[in-house]
Design a protein around this ligand. Structure first.
Ligand code: CAA
Length: 389
């Protein structure tokens, strides 16, 4: 019996900063960001959006299309948690009107959390194929102003319905994982911005790719040539090209031509280039991008995925796109959302960055900004209050 992604949807805030504007302010050649790092725009969440609203906004089209009955598991992956105790999954459970017979949990391992949630959900569905699982991954990537990580900020969420006999992608059972205890990127509970050793984190990403790939290849007997496309975790899109070249060297196969590399990698990077890093949502934002932008039909094609979470966890896995998937994807919704975003000035970006979350327990009401169907209306007595728009 196949288990996998029955429906998948992606959401990003309605505001962005063009990285050429940031480059000018930072006195950097714009080509460094656009060509060297491979990013053009970064999504900026206004004060009335957080991980809960981003995830609920991503999930609404999925639950409206599939119905709410039978959703018995809701896993929420994030490293931008809003509460140390209550799971973000429960806020979404309420907003989405899910049934009470639903196990709701939040989980974390940096950017790997979305993949962990997907694999756990698939295992739970395999044990009980009549159950459906909703996997949400949402993050807001924040680094200090002026830091090397600043141009790789972003925000977004992915919602995946995991079922037996899925309509979009059947997951292959073979995976390869690699774990190591390192400090390459971390955010202590008292900080709103992450600390990162940028070069070390990039080196560890590329280093752990190889044991994860080798374990996957040994378990599955597959080679790189068995994958029609590759979707990598993308803290910045240039890393997909670095990863492919690292994999080819490890396999002892010639690196593909520039055209072939663009064919293999390009479609999965289109959305990330204009949203920035979405941490735990990133690799499956890449899947949405691939499903929405691949020039050829993907029916029956195998896609390889590499997920990396600092700290660190790495996993290589794959899935096969189901025949007829095009009838079940949200391409038009994704395109319209991305085409209708509002560009911010540098000043507006900095004002939003510095806005902060009120911490005094008073009654705070947030002005409505543009966005998806749900918004954070305010905070009162340290409780967040969400509402439909
Ligand atoms: N024109 C074209 N290219 C240019 C250029 C120009 N004018 N100037 C520089 N470049 C190129 C450089 O040659 C370099 O390319 P290569 O890597 O191919 O050599 C690229 O632009 C970047 O230049 P630098 O390495 O000098 O950039 P930097 O040190 O300022 O920042 C970074 C790079 C360290 C990745 C930084 O973006 C960062 O700290 N990012 C956050 C951490 C991160 O994303 N880590 C990735 C792995 S960790 C992970 O995956 C988890 C996660 O999501 C955070």
């Amino acid at each position: 019996m196949d288990i996998g992604i029955d429906l998948i949807s992606f959401h990003t805030p309605s505001y962005y900063l063009d990285l050429r504007v940031l480059a000018e302010r930072r006195g950097v050649d714009p080509d460094k960001f656009v060509i060297g790092v491979g990013q053009e725009r970064m999504a900026i969440p206004p004060p009335d959006q957080d991980i809960v609203t981003l995830a609920a906004n991503a999930a609404l089209p999925v639950v409206e299309k599939a119905g709410r009955d039978g959703i018995g598991l809701l896993l929420f992956a994030t490293e931008s948690g809003i509460d140390q105790s209550k799971a973000a999954a429960l806020f979404c459970h309420g907003l989405l009107g899910l049934p009470p017979e639903c196990r709701c949990v939040e989980l974390k391992e940096a950017c790997y959390g979305g993949t962990a949630a997907l694999r756990l959900a698939a295992a739970m569905v395999a044990a009980n194929p009549s159950m459906k699982a909703l996997v949400l991954a949402a993050d807001i990537a924040r680094y200090d102003l002026g830091s090397s990580g600043e141009p790789t900020q972003g925000a977004g969420a992915v919602a995946m319905l995991v079922t037996a006999n899925p309509r979009v992608m059947a997951l292959d059972p073979e995976t390869g994982v690699h774990a190591e205890d390192i400090m390459d990127f971390w955010r202590p509970n008292y900080r709103a911005e992450a600390f990162v050793d940028g070069k070390y984190s990039t080196r560890m990403y590329l280093t752990t790719l190889i044991p994860a790939w080798k374990a996957y290849a040994a378990a599955s007997g597959r080679t790189l040539a068995d994958h029609a496309h590759l979707a990598f975790h993308m803290p910045f899109t240039k890393i997909a090209w670095k990863s492919l070249s690292r994999l080819c060297r490890a396999e002892g196969v010639p690196e593909p031509s520039a055209g072939e590399a663009a064919r293999l990698l390009g479609p999965a990077t289109v959305w990330n280039r204009i949203t920035g890093n979405t941490y735990s949502a990133c690799v499956h934002e890449g899947l949405c991008s691939l499903l929405d932008n691949a020039p050829e039909p993907l029916d029956g094609r195998r896609i390889g995925f590499f997920s990396y979470g600092s700290g660190c966890m790495a996993e290589f896995y794959s899935g096969v796109v189901r025949p007829g998937y095009r009838g079940h994807v949200f391409t038009d919704l994704h395109r319209a959302m991305l085409e209708n975003r509002t560009e911010l000035t540098y000043r507006q970006y900095e004002d939003i960055f510095n806005y902060g979350v009120p911490q005094d327990g008073g009654d705070h009401v947030f002005a409505p900004y543009r966005g998806g169907p749900f918004r954070l209306a305010g905070i009162n007595g340290h409780k967040r209050r969400y509402e439909p728009r």
